[in-house]
Design a protein around this ligand. Sequence first.
Ligand SMILES: Nc1ccn([C@@H]2O[C@H](COP(=O)(O)O)[C@@H](O)[C@H]2O)c(=O)n1
Ligand code: CDI
Length: 164
Amino acid sequence: MSELSRLRVGQGYDVHRLVEGRKLILGGVHIPSELGLLGHSDADALLHAITDAILGACSMGDIGTHFSDTDPQFEDADSGVLLQQVIEKATLKGFKLMNLDSTLICQSPKLAPHMAVMHQRVAQLCGLPVDSVNIKAKTNEKLGYLGRKEAIEAQAVVLMLRDK
Ligand SMILES: Nc1ccn([C@@H]2O[C@H](COP(=O)(O)O)[C@@H](O)[C@H]2O)c(=O)n1
Ligand SMILES: C[C@@]1(CO)OP(=O)(O)OP(=O)(O)OC[C@H]1O
């Protein structure tokens, strides 16, 4: 089989509500903020979107089918650990992550000062060189629930190569 026919694309999406009394964790990095993301786990929307994109490329379902949001085992779970478990499962099925691109839709806080650290952390979690990872940030131009700072959304696309 040619290398081109072994390529698989996957896309992922996640949104979590912004609330008081929670830490804001994005891309495995704690970002100082008055509001944090609500979820069963640490609610890292970026890592959840990347995890779902990987699962999508490998036809392996979605994050909730692997880590139930009613299982106490995953309460406050580190999403980096969940992502690495999914990469391990994908590797066992013969899939190798090639690159990823992602977008955070985040009205506030400003993410630019944290981008280099997030970028490095995501690359490390994914076992990729930093030039195979990209994270973009957008406000929502103050429109809708994202623009009102009620939530942060993440989108991700990955390319994976199957061994056969
Ligand atoms: N939370 C955010 C959102 C955006 N940025 C950076 O600002 C640029 C302009 O954003 P617009 O939504 O006005 O297009 C964007 O390209 C990011 O570089 C940010 O740092 N943090
Ligand atoms: C990660 C899990 C599991 O702790 O919980 P949440 O943090 O609520 O995240 P979500 O994006 O709703 O989906 C998957 C869940 O099963």
